[in-house]
Each structure stands twice: as structure tokens, then as C-alpha cells.
Write a protein that binds this ligand. Structure first.
Ligand SMILES: [Zn+2]
Length: 91
């Protein structure tokens, strides 16, 4: 061990990638809200740009930028596993 590995217990990479595949499949089956089609004053919906699951619902006049990446996908990206997870989900 070099001490640089953030997650070093075996299996966590496969587990995280499998969980990504499940999120990705789930997201493919949920109807996404088209914010542009909503009436004025309706809350806006935001989705993870990687897996596609909802991240936030904000008022139309939201002040702070929405979250565009869920914590689990951010974890994958931080570990350098995201590309592999995206590939696995597309198979
Ligand atoms: Zn995600």
C-alpha cells in the first residue's frame, strides 16, 4: 500500500460500478421533467449528468447553482472509475 489509494478494500470498485449500472438503468426508465415546458413559477428539476437520476428540485428563481453530479457519481469520478462505469452501463 502506498497510502495514496482512497478506497483500498477489495470489491468496492466492482460494487460501485454495479451500483452505477443500476442507477443508469433506473434513470432510463423515469420520465424526466423538461424544465422549459413547465409553467412559470413551477419548481425546476435537475439530474445527475452521469447516471441521470434526480439530484434536486429547486424554485424557478433559485439562487445557488444546482447540483449536476450526484455524490455517488462524484465518488466514482474521484476514484477514476467513472469512465469504466459508463462503459459498463452502456453494454
Ligand atoms: Zn449520478
Amino acid at each position: 500500500m502506498t497510502g495514496k489509494t482512497k478506497v483500498d478494500y477489495s470489491g468496492s470498485r466492482q460494487k460501485a460500478i454495479e451500483q452505477f449500472r443500476r442507477r443508469w438503468r433506473l434513470a432510463a426508465n423515469i420520465e424526466k421533467v423538461d424544465n422549459a415546458a413547465l409553467h412559470a413559477g413551477a419548481p425546476m428539476y435537475f439530474y445527475c449528468r452521469h447516471c441521470g437520476l434526480p439530484t434536486e428540485m429547486l424554485p424557478e428563481d433559485y439562487v445557488f447553482p444546482p447540483i449536476t453530479e450526484c455524490s455517488r457519481c462524484r465518488g466514482l469520478r474521484n476514484e477514476g472509475w467513472l469512465e469504466e462505469a459508463v462503459r459498463a452501463a452502456g453494454e
